[in-house]
Design a protein around this ligand. Structure first.
Ligand code: GDP
Ligand code: MG
Length: 449
């Protein structure tokens, strides 16, 4: 279990990185990491209770509410479970290091951030707001609150808004990794539910759709939602969950969220209709169900995520190879880089000289062909002919002929003979020097750290 929580944390962190890099899915032209990560999207008609469900899963009031279209940007909500007794706080990605402990300020910040992009108009924007909540009272989960589906544009809204919202919501729920939380109010006929209509379209087998019935307390007397909750009206692979959120009157009276949860539990436990389902109803059960499902989805997705990351790393590595590696900033690391470079150069140069890479063989050629060839051309037969030896010896003796051996003469003969070697020897040195310079240049080009 502990490793699973770590895993969800990892996925949450990856999702955060995606948003930071401007990768929030949506753009079908590029493969995105975002798309390989699972998340839960809350979908439903306006005022169906989406924000209420989200809030009761979190156990906190923090979402802007009011009549009409309130949620106008997707809200990516990451829940992190912390140790019992720890301070609860929220953090926005766009305001790093600012901890919100007053959740009414969170609501205000969401409103301000929404207005910043959409203006005060009733426009919607696909750019998500990212919010993390750290609390002992939540389970690890990533949820996305989306604008509510509508049927008609009202005063002040552009005509396209109905379609715009539908397209935005669809862009999230059509991803195969998206778990759909389809919210339908119980006091509305399931056949007219926008959430179920869209979910059925993108997930016909009902494999990743969780049906949630809100407002069970508002049903007409004498009616109940058992047909839906027991899966007879519309079948899904996952069980339907009924919830009772706070009514508008409760919100106006500031009914505490924990109180609301307790009242919800009581509602199911004491209900003649739903009593037998009580252990599988309510927001807390929904949160657990979702978390468990998310875990199994992530487990199944790990190989795909790992291979996606692997491929991205390979791509970036080869781009780095192409652009050149960044040089370290501090002196120690720079020295290390230089030494590494020297060592690598040394290795390459040695290979050129000693074999493995071409070059050393040409040096051998200088001594094996060029030098002996030149030496063979030296005219020693002429230089050491008997006439020449005699001439050199008698010139060296001067007016005092030698008595035993013509030492002076021999010395001159040796000196002048050695002079013949100078030319070919110097030519060989030049040739080797030239080859070595060429090899150094080549080795520098081939040196890789
Ligand atoms: P959203 O537009 O889908 O986000 O819906 P909200 O969560 O803002 O809810 C719309 C209204 O319905 C609010 O006044 C809520 O208090 C009310 N509401 C939501 N769920 C329930 C419920 O289960 N029971 C009752 N009585 N009222 C609810
Ligand atoms: Mg809402």
């Amino acid at each position: 279990m502990a490793t699973m929580e770590g895993l969800i944390r990892l996925v949450n962190a990856l999702q955060k990185a995606c948003t930071k890099l401007g990768d929030f899915g949506g753009d079908a032209s590029l493969p995105t990491l975002w798309d390989s990560l699972p998340s839960v999207a809350v979908v439903g008609g306006q005022s169906s209770g989406k924000s209420s469900v989200l809030e009761s899963i979190v156990g906190r009031d923090f979402l802007p509410r009011g009549s009409g279209i309130v949620t106008r940007r997707p809200l990516v909500l990451q829940l992190y479970k912390t140790e019992q007794g720890e301070q609860e706080y929220a953090e926005f990605l766009h305001l790093p290091n600012k901890r919100f402990t007053d959740f009414s300020l969170v609501r205000k910040e969401i409103q301000d951030e929404t207005d910043k992009i959409t203006g005060k108009s009733k426009q919607i924007s696909p750019v998500p707001i990212q919010l993390s909540i750290y609390s002992p009272n939540v389970v690890n989960l990533t949820m996305i609150d989306l604008p509510g589906l509508t049927k008609v544009a009202v005063e002040g809204q552009p005509e396209s808004i109905v379609q715009d919202i539908e397209n935005l919501v669809r862009s999230y729920v059509e991803k195969p990794n998206c778990i759909i939380l389809a919210i339908t109010p119980a006091n509305q006929d399931i056949a007219t539910s926008d959430a179920i209509r869209l979910a059925r379209e993108v997930d016909p087998a009902g494999e990743r759709t969780f049906g949630v019935l809100t407002k069970l307390d508002l049903m007409d007397r004498g009616t109940n939602a058992l047909e839906v909750l027991e899966g007879r009206s519309y079948r899904l692979q996952q069980p339907w969950v009924g919830v009772v959120n706070r009514s508008q009157a409760d919100i106006n009276r500031n009914v505490d969220m924990m109180d609301a949860r307790r009242r919800e539990r009581e509602f199911f436990a004491s209900s003649p209709d739903y009593g037998h389902l009580a252990s599988k109803m309510g927001s807390e059960y929904l949160a657990k169900l979702l978390s468990r499902h998310l875990e199994s989805v992530i487990k199944a997705r790990i190989p795909a995520i790992a291979s996606f990351i692997g491929r991205s790393i390979d791509g970036l590595e080869s781009e780095l190879d192409h652009l050149g590696r960044p040089v370290a900033i501090d002196a120690g690391a720079q020295l290390y880089t230089i030494l590494e470079l020297c060592r690598a150069f040394d290795r390459t140069f040695k290979e050129h000289l000693e074999g493995g890479r071409p070059g050393g063989d040409r040096i051998y050629g200088v001594f094996d062909h060029q030098l002996p060839g030149a030496l063979r051309k030296i005219p020693f037969d002429r230089h050491l002919s008997i006439q020449n030896v005699r001439r050199v010896v008698s010139e060296a003796d001067g007016y005092q002929p030698h008595l035993i051996a013509p030492e002076q003469g021999y010395r001159r003969l040796i000196d002048s003979s050695l002079n013949f070697f100078r030319g070919p020897a110097e030519a060989s040195v030049d040739a080797v020097h030239h080859i070595l310079k060429e090899l150094v240049r080549k080795s520098i080009g081939e040196t890789q750290v």
